[in-house]
Design a protein around this ligand. Structure first.
Ligand SMILES: [Zn+2]
Length: 290
């Protein structure tokens, strides 16, 4: 578009020159206009993957450390929240802690969002609205539409992650519980209320197999733990929460933060008892590294 418009302008300038009147000023004015468009500063970028990761980890940190790679993007989001009078300027610091999460929830509510859409985790739609005219959003995460696996509901991002884990394991996995299941299982403490969370059935698996399934789930981007009847009022199962799923319930977001911080994702916040994978990767990071 720009090139052809410029070519057309050149042709016009030329024909006017031939006519011989006040040509230069018109052509120069137009040239100047084109130059300023070309020199206009592009909008800065917000890396959505980095911001969402910080929004899960930072509220759980015992210290003020920043999530690596997230500072510049988090600052842009915080500045936009500040300019909307949702966040005091003293919290514009690159740390997506509980105050920033609360401010982001207020922003989502100001858009008329409710429930999971106002979970404090920047989603694709709200982030685009916050950034209008201020920043562009890169590394967009999409949970995708809801689909059924047997009788359980998950989103397509979770479905793809499970398919990849099954491929790595050469084993079919069966679910005990899906996502978007508010109040469906009181022992789950709200973690299954939103997207990205499944329970894997471990019937017939020995301890080594359970561990290898948890490891494969971790490799593709889940925070996954083998849960035993000693830990709660539940049978043996594997609980898996998809890192960076923007539909995560608040409780599930906390499990992701705890996973990064080396904890078990339970209310007692004991040390992680699952198979370590290093580095911890999100699904999108796994796909890029593959
Ligand atoms: Zn569970």
């Amino acid at each position: 578009m720009k090139l052809s418009a410029y070519a057309a302008l050149g042709a016009t300038a030329l024909s006017v020159t031939l006519a011989g009147v006040a040509v230069t000023s018109v052509a120069q004015a137009q040239d100047h206009k084109i130059e300023s468009v070309a020199q206009a500063k592009p909008l800065p970028s917000v890396d959505m993957e980095a911001v969402v990761k910080a929004a899960q980890i930072d509220p759980r940190r015992p210290d003020n450390k920043l999530t690596p790679g997230a500072k510049a993007s988090v600052l842009l989001v915080e500045q936009a929240l500040r300019d909307r009078h949702l966040l005091d300027k003293k919290w514009v610091d690159g740390y997506f802690g509980t105050t920033t999460t609360a401010a982001y929830t207020k922003f989502q509510q100001s858009l008329g969002y409710k429930g999971l859409s106002a979970n404090g985790l920047p989603g694709q739609a709200s982030l685009a609205k916050l950034g209008a005219g201020r920043f562009k959003v890169t590394h967009v995460i999409a949970p995708g539409p809801r689909v059924k696996i047997g009788k359980f509901v998950v989103n397509t991002r979770t479905q793809k992650m499970l398919n990849e884990a099954q491929r790595l394991l050469h084993r079919k996995l069966t679910l005990d519980q899906g996502s978007y299941n508010p109040g469906g299982d009181p022992t789950s403490a709200g973690t299954h209320d939103g997207g990205g969370v499944v329970d894997i059935n471990v019937k017939g698996m020995n301890a080594a197999t359970r561990t290898s399934v948890a490891r494969a789930l971790r490799r593709v981007g889940f925070a996954a733990w083998v849960r035993s009847p000693q830990q709660g009022n539940w049978p043996w199962h594997i609980h898996a929460t998809a890192i960076n799923d923007t539909d995560l319930s608040v409780q599930a977001q906390h499990q992701i933060g705890d996973y990064y911080l080396g904890q078990n994702g339970l209310a007692n916040r004991r040390p992680d008892d699952g198979p370590k994978v290093s580095p911890i990767r999100t699904w999108e990071e796994y796909l890029r590294a593959r």
